[in-house]
Design a protein around this ligand. Structure first.
Ligand SMILES: C[S@@+](CC[C@H](N)C(=O)[O-])C[C@H]1O[C@@H](n2cnc3c(N)ncnc32)[C@H](O)[C@@H]1O
Length: 270
């Protein structure tokens, strides 16, 4: 049995990784998500070097390529943290140039102002409550230098799949069937924006990403992967990528699975 994710998060996530390594799954899907997040970063950050970078969890790097290849291309100082020592170790072994540290995003072992960029893709939506999200955002704001940038994505509670998953009635069943690990409280567009502002950050850009129907895409690409191998699954997900055009429409905050924001720590706080 797995540890309690709130009381013993490090042990819990260590066990999630062990299960995953025993029975790797959703490989094409994980690569697809990496690609979407990489595109988001390239779209909203400058074309040149990105300075010293902090990534707030290393699950993607431990089970897939993750964002490390892109981040290491743009910076020679990339630090990644994860509360799970096993996840941090697996990511560090795969990407030797990445400084992988076992740490809690709510209490970072770094001095104030030491990062130019923080990348937090779907890390902060695994806590029991919003108080922990605020604690984590305050820490991220603290370790950013003045003028530094934060790119954050979180599950979008207005997306029908996330809404269903978090609903008190059907949620437990949906989570058991479709989500292989703990998911938690999350913030929609307006509340995330307010939480970032309360942490002293200025929101500069906002959008929503991952517009393909996630449940269907994961299920079909998983079946293809098992029956026909990696290439057909990837081909299918390449077709699913056409759904990203929905990002251009006013309905993006309903169709998008993740809310995404770029926030900046003001150089001269008022
Ligand atoms: C299931 S993964 C999802 C995140 C992944 N970036 C993605 O997009 O799918 C959650 C990761 O966050 C890590 N994590 C959970 N709580 C954390 C915390 N308080 N501090 C740092 N990492 C944490 C877990 O160990 C796990 O590796």
């Amino acid at each position: 049995m797995r540890a309690d994710p709130q009381a013993q998060p490090a042990q819990y996530w260590d066990a999630v990784l062990r299960d995953w390594q025993r029975r790797p799954r959703q490989l094409a899907w994980r690569r697809y998500c990496d690609r979407l997040h990489a595109r988001l970063l390239e779209r909203c950050l400058p074309a040149g070097p990105w300075g010293s970078i902090l990534k707030t969890d290393l699950f993607d790097e431990a089970v897939s390529e993750g964002l490390a290849p892109l981040l290491l291309l743009r910076s020679d100082s990339v630090t990644g943290i994860d509360i799970s020592p096993a996840v941090a170790a697996a990511a560090g072994a795969k990407h030797p140039l990445l400084q992988a540290v076992a740490a809690d995003v709510r209490q970072l072992p770094f001095p104030a102002g030491c990062f130019d960029l923080v990348v937090s893709n779907s890390t902060l939506d695994h806590f029991a409550g919003e108080h922990d999200i605020s604690l984590a955002l305050a820490e991220l704001a603290r370790v950013l230098r003045p003028g530094g940038q934060l790119v954050v994505t979180m599950d979008n509670p207005a997306n029908p799949a996330v809404w269903l998953r978090n609903s008190p009635q059907l949620g437990r069943l949906v989570r058991r069937l479709a989500v292989p690990y703990q998911v938690g409280a999350t913030l929609g567009r307006r509340r995330l924006e307010r939480a970032l502002q309360s942490s002293g950050l200025e929101v500069q850009r906002r959008t929503a990403i991952l517009h393909c129907p996630r449940v269907i895409a994961v299920a079909v690409s998983g079946c293809l992967e098992r029956l026909a191998g990696d290439r057909p699954a990837r081909g299918f997900l390449d077709c699913m990528a056409a759904f990203e055009l929905l990002q251009r429409l006013g309905t993006r905050y309903v169709t998008g699975y993740f809310v995404a924001m770029l926030a900046v720590k003001p150089a001269n706080p008022t």
